[in-house]
Design a protein around this ligand. Structure first.
Ligand SMILES: Nc1ncnc2c1ncn2[C@@H]1O[C@H](COP(=O)(O)OP(=O)(O)OP(=O)(O)O)[C@@H](O)[C@H]1O
Ligand SMILES: [Mg+2]
Length: 266
């Protein structure tokens, strides 16, 4: 089983679009996939057409009310299960503030789960709070989506420090395994320059950090309006427009993901 958190505390960089479409493509290829929506905005849930129903249990009940994952997950396609989020997840930070071991709840729930998956993908919120810490404690791999504009690397050291700290204190298996360039403007010189900077930054390896084996994926996800439209139809890009650049790019990315060995030593 591979367990992957899609994380960047910066908002709007392509985390959810990546988590949703990578999950859909992996499931379509025959792998058994669980997508955990850990963002109170519930965008991954909405992307699959799962809307807010206050009475229906969500990942909030797993974290705060001790429900098992099996009580919450729903099958949304062949081989694909969603653990949905709800706006009330925004209160989890506060409600878990005095709970001992609050960063480890998701890890324990996954360990106690009765279903075996090939991939567990976690869509993180744009923050470094208790929800993201739960994701980082529960997985072995982190994928970082980056938007190649001039501030792309800004905030990255804070992100990497957080991963390093979680790895030291809570989860020694945690590694940054992949960096995905999203919303890529292939004709813009700046995007190419920044992509070069990002590759150079991650090639400064050789040390024993949690990101020394990180791969900057060859596939860049081009800016494609079909990717932005798909959520309003409750569909992945492969159902919404299988011939779009978005479907082509996420399809190619998933081939790279499948080909790499867990923990980044591709
Ligand atoms: N390659 C792309 N081309 C065009 N639009 C995109 C692309 N990737 C994502 N988008 C759109 O950009 C917006 C932000 O993307 P997304 O929701 O995936 O980012 P995020 O990092 O999950 O955001 P948040 O931090 O709010 O959770 C969305 O409206 C999405 O549909
Ligand atoms: Mg998101």
């Amino acid at each position: 089983m591979r367990t992957i958190a899609v994380m960047n505390q910066k908002g709007g960089v392509g985390k959810t679009t990546t988590a949703v479409n990578v999950s859909a493509a992996l499931a379509a290829s025959g792998a058994k996939v669980a997508l955990i929506d850990l963002d109170p905005q519930a965008h991954a849930s909405l992307h699959f057409g799962v809307t807010f129903e206050a009475e229906f249990p969500s990942v909030y009940d797993v974290l705060v009310n001790d429900e098992p994952l099996s009580a919450v997950r729903r099958q949304i396609a062949e081989n694909l299960w969603l653990i949905p989020a709800h706006l009330d997840l925004a209160a989890a930070d506060f409600e878990l503030a005095s709970v001992f071991g609050r960063e480890m709840i998701l890890r324990d729930k996954i360990a106690a789960d009765d279903m075996q998956f090939d991939y567990i993908i976690v869509d993180c919120p744009p923050s470094l709070g208790v929800l993201t810490l739960n994701a980082l404690s529960a997985v072995e791999e982190v994928f970082i989506p980056l938007q190649p504009h001039f501030l792309a690397l800004h905030g990255l050291s804070k992100l990497l420090q957080t991963v390093e700290l979680v790895s030291k204190r809570l989860n020694p298996k945690l590694r940054v395994s992949g960096v995905v360039l999203c919303m890529f403007e292939s004709r813009a010189t700046l995007a190419k320059e920044v992509a070069g900077d990002v590759r150079a930054f991650f090639e400064k390896r050789g040390d024993d950090s949690t990101w020394s084996d990180a791969v900057v994926f060859e596939t860049c996800i081009r800016r494609n309006v079909r990717l932005a439209e798909a959520p309003s139809f409750g569909q992945s890009i492969f159902d919404y427009d299988p011939r779009s650049n978005g479907a082509e790019d996420y399809g190619a990315l998933v081939k790279e993901i499948v080909a790499m060995r867990p923990n980044g030593d591709a």
